[in-house]
Design a protein around this ligand. Structure first.
Ligand code: ATP
Ligand code: MG
Length: 417
């Protein structure tokens, strides 16, 4: 894509009312637009990165057998009354001209359970898992964490359906592994810990995926030795004994909850009448699990962790483009411009996602913008490069410079997969 054609621009200042580092940088780089507190629009560059994150999550959910669907955002009060969740203060609600109230979905256990109740009848219909990547609405009290806590945000919510607790337990472990792969692939694996949190009537614990960051809102206790953490909500002697960790080895840390997995048991299937007939024809409630990740929160977390004083720094896997080609041409028709255009075309042909800075700007401004946008590799075309055919490639994360020929560039693995 030619940078001269992108309608968004970079800016030196973030909105005065924006306090979070992630949103300040993302707004300055033109990745997101702040509509109001807790509400953001995703602009073309931001949507490319969000799309990469979503793509990784989708691949990992498909790999454990997840079937993608999309449910309505408008929610029927009836099913939420059946589970006693219609009165919660998290809802955005509205009323219909035709009479009656509806809500904007903030999670979707009730909806998927009712859908499943019309599809499942026998043990032969189980197990299965279904997921969506969909906008959620929550009337959050605080919205000071930028895109990490939206009042409107994207969520991947997967729900699993089983004939027995054992089958749920086995799937739950596979989902936990899939989550670990997601966080590793987006570049925050080393800082992300499986964290024991409060369970419910059906299991002692749920598990959160917590990423260490001073921008987090949660307090966790990390056991480096065991590679796990305990949410402060559940830290007590009983839990320590369960996990075989001693209190004096724990590190108190601030962290961001990037994902959460939970054994629901029959909490939703019983009130909503989701049952199956077993081998002997007896009706039994379906056993369920739910598994959430916030892709927009994840994007904010990556920014919090990896960006530096100059701007964003994207890992290859989620960068909006693999290569930032920067032309230092003085004139549209000069030798440098011709060499840049030719390399851009070659990159396009080779299928390398490239942002081409073909703007008529000073080198310093182009480099400052490049640092702000955070594309992993910058390739500079100046007079020398045009004359010699040797280009300078700069790694955004490390600053390491290498000299590459056109052939080197085209056979480098810049691709983001
Ligand atoms: P928190 O305690 O941070 O409010 P939660 O327990 O309410 O999170 P869940 O209901 O389990 O979160 O939602 C699943 C996932 O959705 C979370 O792990 C998080 O990644 C994401 N998420 C939740 N609330 C928000 C929000 N307001 N903005 C962005 N992402 C969110
Ligand atoms: Mg919440």
């Amino acid at each position: 894509m030619r940078q001269s054609r992108i309608f968004t621009r970079t800016r030196r200042e973030a909105p005065a009312d924006e306090v979070s580092k992630n949103a300040r940088l993302l707004v300055r780089a033109g990745f997101v637009h702040k509509e109001m507190a807790g509400v953001y629009s995703y602009l073309p560059l931001g949507l490319r990165t969000l799309g990469k994150i979503v793509g990784i999550i989708r691949e990992e959910m498909d790999a454990i057998g997840g079937q993608e669907l999309v449910m309505s955002s408008l929610q029927d009060p009836e099913i939420w009354k059946a589970t006693d969740r219609w009165e919660q203060d998290v809802w955005f609600k509205t009323s219909l001209k035709a009479g009656g109230d509806i809500g904007f979905g903030w999670t979707q256990e009730e909806a998927i359970t009712r859908i499943a109740s019309q599809q499942v009848s026998s043990y032969r219909d189980l197990p299965f898992a279904a997921y969506q990547i969909q906008t959620k609405f929550r009337n959050e009290e605080r919205a000071k964490s930028g895109i990490m806590r939206g009042r409107e945000f994207l969520m991947k919510d997967l729900y699993s359906f089983h004939a027995s607790q054992e089958d749920l337990d086995a799937f739950y472990e596979r989902a936990k592994d899939a989550y670990a792969r997601v966080f590793a692939r987006v570049g925050i694996g080393a800082q992300t810990f499986v964290t024991f949190a409060s369970g419910g009537a059906f299991s002692k614990y749920s598990h959160e995926f917590q990423t260490l960051s001073s921008a987090g809102e949660d307090t966790i206790y990390v056991s480096r030795e065991k590679g796990l953490a305990i949410n402060s909500e559940v830290l007590n002697d009983d839990v320590l004994a369960d996990l075989g960790v001693s209190r004096d080895t724990l590190e108190e840390q601030t962290a961001i909850e990037v994902g959460n997995i939970f054994k629901l048991g029959t909490r939703f299937s019983e009130p909503l009448g989701l049952s199956y007939k077993d081998e002997f024809g007896a009706a039994k409630p379906v056993v369920m699990g739910c598994y959430g990740i916030g892709p927009t929160r994840l994007m904010g977390t990556i920014v919090e962790l990896l960006s530096d004083e100059k701007g964003l720094v994207w890992p290859k896997s989620v960068a909006p483009f693999a290569v930032h080609l920067v032309s230092l041409a003085r004139d549209a028709g000069d030798e440098v411009a011709r060499a840049s255009d030719a390399l851009y075309e070659d990159l396009q042909k080779a299928g390398v996602e490239s942002l081409y800075d073909d703007r008529d700007l000073r080198a310093g401004e182009k480099f400052a913008d490049g640092d702000l946008l955070g594309i992993p590799t910058r390739i500079v075309v100046g007079k020398d490069a045009a004359a010699t055919g040797t280009f300078e490639a700069v790694d955004r994360a490390t600053g390491v410079v290498s000299k590459l020929s056109r052939e080197d560039i085209l056979k480098s693995n810049f691709n983001t997969k």
